[in-house]
Design a protein around this ligand. Structure first.
Ligand code: UDX
Length: 450
């Protein structure tokens, strides 16, 4: 394909202020820029990306009127306000751009699925719009099943039902359903929001066809638009840091001193929190496992604390030399390090893909939403993850040893390495993500032609 056809074709990417969504959007921008498109990255002032990391993009900040994400506030109310506050700014900017634009090219909008205002703007200006999904595909059928389960009186899930399989959602149990513990009102509100996106021209999914074939097939039937499975985006192109928090790279020299495959890396992503009791159980579980560990404790992630002031007495002395606690890690570099043998994760989709991409088996402790579905797939379908049933020190200690020391863990590692190879293959010429990316580029070229 001649580069001339692609050079400078305008794409407007609309990112959301959540780390787990911002990262794949920036990665997608880098991928599409490498294919010759010109990229405008639209983002909220809240949690802005660092423009100096991406001199190749144009950035458009939108004034959202928020100072921080309040985890305790109602999520749907927050999203409604965010979308309302951003809509006219983007519309005015693009209307102006169109008036000034060349007459042989049309802007295409690619937006995060929670930034649904971008589709309304696209419709108002007669522009095509495409959605980027940064969750797993397998999560969506479970999410869409919630109204039916609600109508049957099965939500919120009763304790007695948690371990039972949900009919028609194999392999999920009731405990794996997203929002199984939240009120029905929250689930209903979330669904109403997801229905705000009505007419995308296509969907881009950060996943691999081989990994989520069944869910992707169902979703193609449901949405009746092309779905391009182009993941893992983190491996498709070299992209500078996308972190909002400063990455503490000192941990790499610490990892250099550890034995191969001996370290358990612990991180619960950018949003999950824990209480003081969970912190103490985690701390002693890690210490008593006798394995070296690298533990990310985000500032503020322990309820009521600034950072690690609630660590149990004696813990810091106990772990000296064999455990490192930090505020934010260069996670992809950590997972690629030969000293890391396992990843204790909340099973956010980016973390899941990053672990698969490096062949690292996992300990799964989901907190909310798609993480519950991802955890089930990791432990029972792909069989590269151990479910952590209880956050108790003895259970944690045993899970770490099962993963890092026992034969069970060695077998999981073999399967994880096999999955890494398949992920690598999907990105190479002839692989599915490679093919979907080329199809996406062709699709965008048609969209951007008037
Ligand atoms: C959220 C949801 O929880 C997740 O389930 C959804 O699929 C996407 O949005 P988050 O909880 O932050 O994201 O988890 P995850 O998707 O794993 O994303 C976290 C990102 O932060 C990863 O890319 C990870 O590499 C990065 N990270 C995390 C760091 O770079 N350093 C850290 O110390 C911790």
């Amino acid at each position: 394909m001649g580069d001339e056809r692609k050079r400078g074709k305008p794409l407007v990417l609309v990112a959301s202020p959540f780390q787990g969504h911002m990262t794949p959007m920036l990665q997608l921008g880098s991928v599409l820029h490498s294919k010759g498109f010109s990229i405008t990255m639209v983002h909220t002032k809240l949690n802005s990306p660092d423009p100096s990391n991406h001199p190749e993009f144009e950035f458009l900040p939108l004034f959202d009127n928020f100072l921080a994400i309040d985890a305790s506030a109602n999520f749907t109310t927050f999203l409604e306000a965010l979308n309302d506050n951003c809509k006219m700014q983007l519309q005015d900017h693009l209307a102006q751009k169109i008036r000034e634009g060349r007459d042989d090219e049309m802007i295409t909008i690619i937006h995060d699925n929670i930034m649904y205002f971008a589709e309304e703007v696209a419709n108002n200006l007669n522009l095509p719009s495409i959605v980027l999904r940064s969750s797993s595909a397998s999560y969506v059928p479970a999410f869409l099943a919630l109204p039916k389960l609600h109508a049957k009186g099965q939500l919120p899930v009763k304790d007695s039902m948690l371990q039972e399989l949900v009919p028609e959602l194999h392999p999920l149990r009731y405990k794996d359903l997203p929002f199984n513990r939240t009120s029905t009102e929250v689930a209903t509100e979330m669904l109403a929001l997801s229905e705000r996106i009505r007419t995308p021209s296509a969907i881009i999914w950060n996943t691999m066809e081989y990994l989520e074939y069944s869910a992707l097939t169902q979703l193609r039937q449901r949405y009746q638009v092309p779905i391009f499975a182009v993941g893992p985006l983190s491996k498709m192109v070299r992209c500078p840091s996308t972190s909002f928090l400063k990455e503490d790279t000192n941990c790499i020299s610490w990892l250099d001193k550890q034995a191969p495959r001996s370290v358990i890396y612990v991180s619960l992503g950018s949003l999950a929190t824990m209480d003081k009791t969970e912190l103490a159980e985690t701390a002693w579980g890690l210490a008593n496992s006798n394995q070296p560990f690298l533990w990310v404790v985000r500032p503020g992630s322990v309820c009521g604390s600034v950072w690690i002031e609630f660590f149990p007495e004696g813990f810091t002395e106990e772990i000296r030399g064999r455990g490192l606690v930090l505020k934010w890690a260069p996670q992809k570099q950590v997972l690629a390090h030969s000293a890391v043998g396992g990843f204790w994760s909340h099973c956010g989709w980016n973390s899941t893909l990053e672990s698969i991409s490096e062949g690292i088996p996992m300990i799964c402790r989901p907190v909310m939403g798609d993480q519950c579905v991802n955890s089930r797939y990791l432990s029972s379908v792909w069989r590269i993850g151990l479910e952590l049933e209880h956050l108790e020190r003895k259970v944690i200690e045993s899970a770490i040893r099962r993963l890092l020391v026992d034969d069970e863990g060695k077998e999981m590692r073999q399967r994880a390495i096999h999955m890494k190879e398949k992920a690598k293959h999907s990105l190479c010429n002839g692989g599915s993500s490679f093919k979907f990316l080329n199809d996406l580029v062709e699709f965008l070229l048609i969209q951007t032609r008037l």
